[in-house]
Each structure stands twice: as structure tokens, then as C-alpha cells.
Design a protein around this ligand. Structure first.
Ligand code: COS
Length: 385
């Protein structure tokens, strides 16, 4: 159930205020220290950001997908690390439990996820299973009432902060139908973490590998209690995540456009503002038009998402979420590139915001399914229909 629109507008205004007054001034600290200050994380917990998508009955705010996209757009206006700190709780880390978990799993886990007491992380990717997620090799062998897990997971967002993982492992034969989704507490004996990865951008976000060496879990840790459903759970979670990322990409494009317009109004060359030159205006216009197109896609797809029964798959919405992810993340790459171009040499210097954003957005075309995977999802849907 979504919160009513009036209350949501108030909440959105509070978030905007928090971003402008609290997060924007801290962007350089995040860039320099590669960390989000802990007092900011605590404030985000108090504001309820860790529970945006979790229904009120489990202690969250219960936003609809359309509302969540509006929040993601706002968080695009600041460094990506702030959103990343809470987003695995809102999206890929928790949604599998919400969509397919048993009542007991939901009651036990979701209130702690919503409050931010428990950080959830999503562990699907492996060293040899990225785009081909159904080929994952982490094994979960049945042993009495338990499963024993062995394998490794790669590039796991928020793993260094996580209290538990939604983790996909193979309980059956090869292919998608042999995969189950487990809830794995981070303190399970046999679970260990790799060193934090050093990345091109998105400083302040944390990722590392996760290793499982005879990690023993009760069979009740399987989401929904039924083995073999984990791939579908992961795909449904990713459909939703892809839409959220599309909204974020639009928010970031808006930020780049704002920075670029401000610069074009202020910077003078050949005796006039560079924004008065039509070649600069053309770059601004292309970015504005593409942003408008992307945001229209996101809003349309989110409305369709909200109209489908909660947690159920809907191939048409999956296809449209892939369209939005592909278009918006490619679009923000082009917008960021033009932003650097409009800033000229200054755009290459790391004191300008567009330099950071240019690096940060490169990941958007890779994670939660590359552009090429989105093309496959779209192409297959067209051939199937
Ligand atoms: N919702 C529900 N079920 C889905 C689904 C979705 N969006 N997509 C696929 N499924 C189901 C299929 O219906 C199929 O079920 P049946 O066996 O009952 O027919 C099963 O899952 C397997 O699907 P499919 O045959 O399409 O699987 P593939 O191995 O061909 O993989 C892709 C499909 C490539 C789309 C998938 O592996 C993928 O998305 N890869 C990218 C992974 C990714 O995004 N990684 C990022 C990691 S998180 S940062």
C-alpha cells in the first residue's frame, strides 16, 4: 500500500531539504575519505530511508514504485554513495523476502531492515557467473535439517556493511531451476569477506567479495521455504531494481544539466556567455530532451509496475523496465559526457562536480544487468509475444 500523495509530497520536500542542506555540502568529504560519515547514515535511518519500500505493517514507509522512483530521482542530485548506503535495504537486499518469503521470515527480518538496524545485501554474481547468472556455482548441499554452502560471490554492494545477505546458491541440478535464495547472516561461521574493491568512481560505496567455506544454515533459511525458486526471485528483484536505477539515472542527468546550464550562463568566451552560442545550446537541448524522454519512460513503467499484483512477475513490465534501464543509463552517460564538454578543460578537473559524475555513472550501464542484457530481455520478449 502506498502512502497518500499529500503525505508523500511532504516527505519528498523533507528529503530535498536534507539533500541540499546536509548531503550536498558533504559530497567532497565522501570523495576524499571514500566513506559516508556515520552521523549521516544515522540521520538517514531516523528519516526512515532504509524502509522506504517496506510496508508499514513491517515498520517501513510503504512507498509505491512510482513514489520510490521520485525519491531515487532526488537522490540523483547528490553523490551516489548516500543512496547506496540504504538502497540494498530498500531494493535488491530485502525485496526477495518481501516478494517470496514466508510470513515468519518477513516478520523476523523486515522490521530490522526497515529501521536500518540490519543491513541487507544481494549476492548473486560470482567470479564466473555475471551476465549468465543461471550458471552460478555456489553449492548448497542438504545435510539433515541444514544446508552447507560453499563458493564465492563477487562485487557485492554493501557486503562490508551487511548484517545478512539474500544469497543465491545451487541446491539442485544445472540451470535456473536448480537455484535457491537463502537468507544468510553475515556472522555465519564459514562466511568471510574479501578486501574492499577499489573502483573507478562512486567513492563512498562499499563492495567486496563474499566467501563461503562450509557455511551451515538451517533449511528454513531458504526464502519461501521452497528450493529451486531462487532464480525467479532474483529476476523479479532485478526488474524492480532496474526501474529504480532508471529513475536514479534521470536524477543524475538533471543534476548534470543544472550544473551545465549554470556554467554556460556564467562562463564567458569571445566576449559573451558560452550558453549564448548555439553549439552549446544544442548540447544542452539534447540533454534536456533525452532526460525528458527517460523520465517519461520511468513514470510510465512505474505506473504499470504499481498496477500489477505485488511481488508477481509480469513479462510486459519486465520488458519495459529493461527498456527504461537501457535507455536511462545510456542517456545519463551521454548527458555526463556533454556536461564535461560544456565545462571545457574545467570539466576534467576533479574540483568540478561533472568530473565526479562522469566517473560515477559509468557503472550504471553495467550493474543490475548490462545494456546488452537489457537488449536480450527486450528482444526475447518481442520474439515471445
Ligand atoms: N521474472 C520472473 N521470472 C523470470 C524473469 C523475471 N523477470 N526472468 C526470467 N524468469 C524465469 C523464466 O520464466 C524461466 O522460468 P521457467 O524455467 O519456469 O520457464 C527462468 O526464470 C529462467 O529464465 P531464462 O531461461 O530467461 O534464463 P537465462 O539463463 O536465459 O537468463 C537473463 C536470462 C540473461 C535475462 C538473466 O540471466 C539476467 O538477467 N542476467 C543478468 C544478471 C544481472 O543482472 N546481474 C547483475 C547482478 S546484481 S548487481
Amino acid at each position: 500500500m502506498a502512502i497518500d500523495q499529500d503525505s508523500f509530497e511532504v516527505m519528498l520536500a523533507t528529503i530535498q531539504d536534507f539533500i541540499s542542506k546536509r548531503l550536498a555540502p558533504a559530497e567532497n568529504i565522501v570523495e576524499e575519505t571514500d566513506e559516508v560519515p556515520t552521523d549521516i547514515i544515522e540521520e538517514m535511518k531516523t528519516m526512515g530511508l532504509f524502509g522506504l519500500s517496506i510496508p508499514e505493517e513491517y515498520g517501513g514507509i510503504g512507498l509505491s514504485m512510482s513514489q520510490e522512483c521520485a525519491v531515487a530521482f532526488k537522490f540523483g542530485q547528490t553523490a551516489m554513495a548516500f543512496r547506496s548506503a540504504f538502497v540494498t535495504n530498500v531494493g535488491i537486499g530485502s525485496q526477495g523476502i518481501l516478494m517470496d518469503g514466508t510470513d515468519e521470515q518477513k516478520r523476523e527480518i523486515l522490521p530490522r531492515v526497515a529501521s536500518g538496524e540490519l543491513i541487507m545485501s544481494f549476492a548473486l554474481t560470482e567470479p564466473d557467473a555475471g551476465s549468465d547468472a543461471a550458471s552460478l556455482r555456489t553449492r548448497a548441499e542438504r545435510d539433515g535439517d541444514d544446508y552447507v554452502l560453499n563458493g564465492s560471490k563477487r562485487f557485492i554492494t554493501n557486503a562490508p556493511r551487511a548484517g545478512a545477505f539474500t544469497l543465491m546458491a545451487r541446491t539442485g541440478g544445472p540451470g535456473a531451476n536448480g537455484i535457491s535464495a537463502f537468507i544468510v547472516p553475515a556472522n555465519t561461521p564459514g562466511l568471510s569477506l574479501g578486501k574492499p574493491h577499489k573502483k573507478m568512481g562512486q567513492r563512498g560505496t562499499t563492495t567486496c567479495d563474499v566467501f563461503l567455506d562450509n557455511a551451515r544454515l538451517p533449511a528454513t533459511s531458504i526464502i519461501g521455504g521452497v528450493p529451486g525458486q531462487g532464480f525467479k526471485t532474483a529476476m523479479k528483484v532485478l526488474d524492480r531494481g532496474r526501474l529504480h536505477l532508471s529513475a536514479l539515472a534521470c536524477g543524475i542527468a538533471q543534476r548534470v544539466l543544472n550544473e551545465s546550464v549554470a556554467y554556460a550562463r556564467e562562463r564567458k568566451q569571445f566576449g559573451q556567455r558560452i550558453g549564448d552560442f548555439q553549439l552549446v545550446q544544442a548540447m544542452l537541448a539534447d540533454s534536456q530532451a533525452e532526460l525528458y524522454a527517460g523520465w517519461s519512460m520511468v513514470q510510465d513503467c512505474a505506473r504499470r509496475y504499481d498496477a500489477k499484483p505485488a511481488g508477481k512477475s509480469n513479462p510486459d513490465v519486465s520488458m519495459r523496465a529493461a527498456c527504461a534501464k537501457m535507455f536511462c543509463t545510456e542517456m545519463v552517460g551521454r548527458v555526463a559526457d556533454r556536461g564535461v564538454q560544456i565545462h571545457g578543460g574545467a570539466g576534467y578537473m576533479n574540483e568540478t562536480k561533472v568530473e565526479r559524475i562522469y566517473r560515477d555513472v559509468r557503472l550504471m550501464r553495467l550493474y543490475e544487468g548490462t545494456t546488452q542484457i537489457q537488449q536480450i530481455v527486450i528482444g526475447r520478449a518481442l520474439m515471445r509475444d
